[in-house]
Design a protein around this ligand. Structure first.
Ligand SMILES: [Zn+2]
Length: 366
């Protein structure tokens, strides 16, 4: 099988057999009640899984029932012989996706499993572990949290007590854990997916990455090498990029978005643009980049330049508005990007992004 295709793997006897025998059927049909009962855990009347998770604009639409057991595996896509991908919805967190609105993945090495990100709730973290257990009985040796945002980090508590695990995160995570941001975000999630947030606790990484910008720390697990790069606080309180060296896969987290508009609430547009340039310069030889949102991508990795261009345009528009003496609200109201209007989450994120960048410009230009 060509491993780069990344077909969805859904754990459950009947569906698995069907999916292998009739891949086209699996692509186009919604899932039956039986398939849901056999380990898929989403509402078949809404659920859609794209046929591939690489180089596609098709995104999952998973509707997860509140009462799905925590030991029920999640659907995955295979990105390489040893690499599995949890391809998330592109949406705000809601009662349907139950906090699964970002990506994560795991790599099975000769000595154990390395997990990249933990999805958005303790329950999803547990379901990730259940999924890994269907693939291998090797120990889960490491969890790398690319940044502190809920959709990437709130499942981490499920991994905390696994024997022998090392949790790696950016030093900025500590600042987040001490801020009032975390309390707001946890209570926001708990208002509508309380069951899924049960058992939530902030997780302090065992290993903190805080070396110079773009420097890397090397982790060797079995036959695989992971370079974890500090890419600064471009999107959160501290962001990491993970290079899975032998497999040529780069987990870029929220340094670029595929098929949706970015969201700027922390971080810095200037730092993000610099980090995007760094990424393109240093990983042009990579086989695959995996973003925090949207499908994985092969070279030339157009999502990176596209996200960069969007941010540069925000900066230009808001710098001009500021220099022309426009007030914040006026600047934001005039800041629509017609050609971006059809991109997912534009309606929700574009104006807040303008707002964020206008304030940056105020700081930079004043
Ligand atoms: Zn994210």
């Amino acid at each position: 099988m060509n491993s780069i295709k990344g077909h969805p793997h859904v754990w459950g006897g009947l569906f698995l057999a069907l999916a292998w025998a009739f891949p086209l059927l699996a692509q186009e049909e919604h899932f039956s009640r039986e398939e849901v009962a056999h380990g898929f855990g989403t509402d078949p009347s809404f659920t859609h899984l794209p046929s591939t998770a690489i180089d596609t604009d098709d995104v999952p639409n998973m509707v997860i029932p509140a009462d799905v057991p925590a030991d029920e595996p999640l659907p995955t896509y295979k990105l390489a012989e040893n690499t599995w991908f949890f391809y998330g919805n592109i949406a705000e967190v809601d009662e349907n996706n139950r906090g699964w609105n970002g990506n994560a993945g795991f790599v099975v090495t000769s000595e154990g499993v390395v997990v990249i990100d933990s999805l958005g709730t303790p329950k999803l973290g547990k379901r990730m572990i259940a999924t890994i257990r269907r693939v291998t009985d090797k120990p889960i040796r490491m969890l790398i949290i690319t940044h502190n945002h809920p959709d990437h980090a709130y499942g981490a508590i499920a991994f905390r007590d696994l024997p022998g695990i090392t949790i790696v995160g950016h030093k900025g995570t500590l600042k987040y854990l001490e801020s009032d941001r975390i309390d707001h975000s946890v209570s926001y999630r708990s208002t509508f997916i309380a069951e899924d947030m049960e058992g939530f606790e902030p997780v302090r990484p065992d290993v903190l990455i805080d070396d110079a910008l773009y420097s890397r720390q090397t982790f060797r697990v079995g036959d695989r090498t992971f370079h974890v790069y500090n890419t600064g606080a471009h999107h959160s309180y501290g962001d990491l990029v993970v290079h899975q060296v032998e497999d040529g896969i780069v987990w870029i987290s929220d340094l670029a978005f595929n098929g949706r508009v970015t969201f700027m609430a922390d971080g810095s547009s200037k730092a993000a643009i610099a980090a995007q340039e760094w990424l393109l310069e240093h990983f042009s030889e990579a086989r695959l980049m995996v973003p925090g949102h949207g499908s994985a991508q092969t070279p030339e990795f157009p999502m990176v330049a596209r996200t960069r261009d969007y941010m540069m345009r925000l900066r230009k528009a808001m710098a001009e508005a500021f220099e022309a003496g426009l007030e914040l609200q006026e600047a934001v109201e005039q800041g629509d990007f017609e050609d971006w209007k059809k991109v997912r989450l534009y309606g929700l994120n574009h104006r807040p992004n303008l707002n964020f960048v206008y304030r940056e410009m105020e700081q930079e230009l004043f």
